[in-house]
Design a protein around this ligand. Structure first.
Ligand SMILES: NC(=O)c1ccc[n+]([C@@H]2O[C@H](COP(=O)([O-])OP(=O)(O)OC[C@H]3O[C@@H](n4cnc5c(N)ncnc54)[C@H](O)[C@@H]3O)[C@@H](O)[C@H]2O)c1
Length: 378
């Protein structure tokens, strides 16, 4: 099996998850990391041989097969462009960029250079999600009538919670929608193979100002309820979005996105209703999907390679009863993305830069709708 060399840029919450998933694959060496301010310490902690404070130096010197961009959204464009100009394949975190225009430029550049390009919409890689996609594809649900669900979290619940995602110049003009909503939007288009053609959105920002603690906090860490020292920051992105959807086959749907729903840590759910059956999945019950039937008992399928659709078995590395979750979805996505360096004709279940552009487009249309109070065509 060919061995690959990876360089990871940004060693925060998700950068560490990338490193762990790559190492579990066995044929990918995490050759170097780039981190700002703490590169040497992070490399020591993670046992990575080379560290840089400047990604350009890493790309220039390390002979990498792939860079993983795990930095805040506003940096994705320049890093991806630099890597591609130097002939390096790119695996970029979502959302791909902060504007559709940047995403389109990157997508065009990747095509022209013939490089592998991917965006980490990892929810596609849960085995039961692939099974759900297969049964929809085979028409088992009948004509799709409706798709609904959402993505809810609580880590920005208090006005003392703060993160770079709350600054629109870093995050992009939508926040909850592009940060977590784009996972849901990508997932429902992936499972159903339908395209969202029109959107109508209502946004709400529950705190127009937040108190940013002067003490540095990592992503998803809990802020003190009453920090002694803080600065007040105006918030211009949404905490909550309610989105109505129309799909290209005439199906309708809606999605609820919130980063302020107490008690829900990271819950994404998808409900697909067809003329014959329905199918539903909820990440709080990550191994199961329910297939709903009108005249017979419903079916609960628990992830088990022996029971999954034959086309979906490849995404499961462990027998039934052995849960495969968030880190495993990363592992399966990366396995397929690296395999396509060796053979670009292999199947691509992963999101490419074109899919990244599509999410940027849908998020921009959702933003436009929320600010014009009108249905907007995608
Ligand atoms: N696929 C997923 O489920 C998932 C989950 C979390 C985050 N993300 C995405 O990953 C990206 C990072 O999010 P996070 O939660 O890990 O953020 P984070 O704040 O935890 O980590 C970002 C890291 O990047 C570093 N950084 C910033 N600019 C840099 C630069 N120019 N060079 C090197 N390092 C730099 C920061 O110091 C920080 O350590 C975002 O785009 C986010 O949307 C995706």
């Amino acid at each position: 099996m060919r061995k690959f060399r990876a360089g990871i840029i940004g060693i925060g919450f998700v950068g560490v998850a990338h490193i762990e998933a790559l190492r579990r694959l066995g044929n990918i060496e995490v050759a170097a990391i780039t981190s700002q301010g703490d590169a040497i310490q992070k490399a020591e902690q993670l046992n990575v041989p080379y560290s840089f404070s400047d990604y350009k130096q890493m790309i220039d010197t390390m002979e990498l097969d792939m860079v993983h961009i795990c930095t805040p959204n506003s940096t994705h464009y320049e890093i991806a462009m630099y890597a591609m100009e130097h002939g390096v394949n790119v695996l970029c975190e979502k959302p791909m960029t902060t504007t559709l225009q940047e995403a389109e430029v990157l997508s065009q550049a990747a095509k022209e250079k013939g490089l592998i390009h991917a965006v980490n919409y990892h929810n596609r890689f849960y085995p039961v999600i692939h099974h759900m996609r297969q049964i929809v594809k085979e028409g088992q649900l009948g004509k799709i009538f409706s798709i609904h669900g959402g993505y809810i979290q609580d880590w920005l619940q208090y006005d003392t919670d703060f993160n770079w995602r709350l600054i629109s110049s870093v995050s992009g003009k939508t926040r909850a929608v592009s940060d977590i909503g784009s996972h849901w939007l990508d997932l429902v288009e992936y499972i159903s193979d339908l395209r969202i053609v029109e959107v109508f959105a209502e946004f709400s920002t529950f705190y127009s100002k937040r108190k940013r603690s002067l003490q540095r906090l990592e992503t998803f860490s809990k802020a003190l309820r009453s920090p002694k020292e803080y600065e007040e920051i105006n918030i211009d992105t949404e905490d909550f979005a309610c989105i109505m959807l129309r799909f290209d086959n005439g199906a309708v749907g809606n999605s609820t996105i919130s980063q302020m729903f107490a008690g829900e840590k990271n819950r994404i759910s998808v409900f697909i209703g067809g003329s014959e059956m329905s199918a539903q999945w909820d990440s709080n019950d990550i191994s199961n999907i329910m297939v709903g039937r009108r005249n017979e008992a419903n079916i609960i399928l628990t992830k088990d390679p022996e029971l999954l659709h034959p086309e979906s078995k490849f995404l499961s590395s462990y027998p039934g009863g052995h849960v495969e979750g968030f880190p495993d979805a990363f592992k399966q996505a990366f396995k397929q993305i690296y395999a396509s360096i060796e053979d670009p004709t292999l199947r691509k279940d992963y999101a490419t830069f074109e899919d990244g552009c599509r999410q940027m487009l849908i998020c921009e249309k959702i933003f436009e709708s929320a600010h014009t109070n009108k249905w907007v065509k995608v």
